[in-house]
Each structure stands twice: as structure tokens, then as C-alpha cells.
Unconditional design. Structure first.
Length: 113
């Protein structure tokens, strides 16, 4: 379950930001997760609660927005939404899609006190 290590990395970033900006408490963490990031959102939520215990973000709410994956199709020269990394183009059936968005996990916003 790599979601635990993702949460540990999130905590590191949160603590760095808190130290740099003088935050006392983090109450909301807003994440953006790409559809192809390989993240199970429920496992991430569980890991978040476990990892944030006894930290500046203990008890914080985790808001997760899943962003669709977008790819460029060389065959039809269009940007398309994809559900899987190696699927054919949903418009023309062509192969060789280039993933442009939807693979990242980003901390978009921290609500702090």
C-alpha cells in the first residue's frame, strides 16, 4: 500500500510549509489526484488519518479531487480523456496516445490556523 508513503511525503511537505510560514495547525488539506496516478482514494484517506496523528495536521479534513486523464492522439490530432494508460483513442481507435495530464498527486491548498 504505497498510499502510506504518499501520506508520509505529504506530512513532510506540510511540516516544511508550517515551519516556513508559522502555521500552528492545518485544518484542511486539499489534494488533486490524477485518474492515472495509481492512487486508491479510500486507502489514501485511511493512510492520511494514521500518518497525521500526533502532527500539526492531526484531525485535518482531507479533500480529494480526482482529475481526469488527458492524452494527445497523434492519429486524429485531438486531446481526449482516457481511463487507462494504454487504451486506444476513444475517438478514432488509434494507438500511441501521449498522456498529458492525470498522473500527478498535488497538494493544491492547505487551510491553516
Amino acid at each position: 500500500m504505497h498510499e502510506i508513503s504518499l501520506c508520509q511525503n505529504m506530512l513532510r511537505v506540510i511540516e516544511e510549509q508550517a515551519s516556513a510560514h508559522g502555521y500552528r495547525k492545518v485544518v484542511v488539506v486539499s489534494l488533486e489526484v490524477g485518474a492515472l496516478a495509481g492512487v486508491e482514494v479510500e486507502a489514501l484517506r485511511f493512510g492520511f488519518d494514521v500518518v497525521m496523528k500526533d502532527s500539526i495536521a492531526e484531525g485535518a479534513r482531507l479533500d480529494v479531487t480526482v482529475r481526469p486523464a488527458l492524452a494527445w492522439c497523434d492519429a486524429c490530432s485531438r486531446q481526449v480523456e482516457v481511463a487507462q494508460r494504454w487504451q486506444p483513442c476513444p475517438l478514432c481507435g488509434g494507438h500511441g496516445l501521449q498522456i498529458e495530464e492525470g498522473e500527478a498527486l498535488l497538494i493544491k491548498e492547505l487551510e491553516v490556523e
